[in-house]
Design a protein around this ligand. Sequence first.
Ligand code: GDP
Ligand code: MG
Length: 344
Amino acid sequence: MPRLNEGQAHPTAIGQRYRSGITFLQWGPQAVPPPGESNTATGGHGTETEIVKAGIVTVCGKPNAGKSTLLNRVIGQKLSITSPKPQSTRDRVVGIHTRGDVQMVIFDTPGLLLPKYALQRAMRANAIKAIEDADIIVYLVDPNDGSAPSLEKAADLDRTPRAPVLTVFNKMDLLSDAQRANLLDDTPDAVFVSARTGDGVDELFATVAARLPESPFLYPDDELSTQPVRFFVTELIRETALEQLSDEVPYSVACEIEEFRETGTPVYIRAVLFVERESQKGILIGDRGSRIREIGKASRVKIEALVEAKVYLDLHVKVLPNWRKNVHALQRFGFRNPDGDGKR
Ligand code: GDP
Ligand code: MG
């Protein structure tokens, strides 16, 4: 059975589940383990003397703090897309980390910012909802931004979150001892990590685990996420577009799967990249199709690693005018809280 011990996710966890045809559990009340499938059955936990803990750990913070890098580090596998460009994460991404008697359902969230249009409002609403759902909040701060404002201030919340907030400074690989001491003066309880190198992540795990509620596991212990493979495929294609495009174009890109045929070899995936204007379409396609070909090639390599099978990726480009300002378009792209106003 794939395990997630010592921060090393079983490298084939998704591929095995994918090939064996097991669809991921969906988040919601129905996700509670079915009767008879107790923790004893899934992992040998839950005996009378052991304390089993489980809960939702929401990672939130400003854009570019390293939230998605941290999720991937804890899970030990690339689940959430990362980028030096801000606002790469648009929807909540779920990673499940089970180690020993502790299960963390980790919510990676879009960066907190003041929204200007429908997409950003949906992004903010997703982050706020994840903060409300949390048992523990990991408030991740990039120390290059200076000392941390309170989460309430950073997120413009109108009330204190229900769950305890742990302030975590990321990117400690870039900090001198003196800088670290200064930050600790301001925030004595802060934890320091480097999501990039993994330093401090075990300590963070222990600190979070200590504060999780006693609870049976919420998911089987080999489950990696609650979101379907298709979602991760669209994210990987979007990440590749973020890598290969500059300026404003990548922010206007959305990805949709039109067909996903997994019976044959290779797996056939037809996906569409949507942009907002004809001029962006031209940039995305490139000179005689060179750009879209490159994006397709690089995306295919990532998708093959995810599903552990050969993939034929049939990638198209379409225009959906001003989709970022359109609630119906957000609905179509599967956003949670598409008409979120970002207020509580
Ligand atoms: P998010 O917007 O908060 O999800 O941030 P990302 O995870 O996408 O990371 C933003 C940028 O910060 C990327 O270029 C990451 O490689 C970088 N980054 C993340 N964690 C660290 C870290 O611990 N150290 C350093 N030096 N860079 C990091
Ligand atoms: Mg992110």
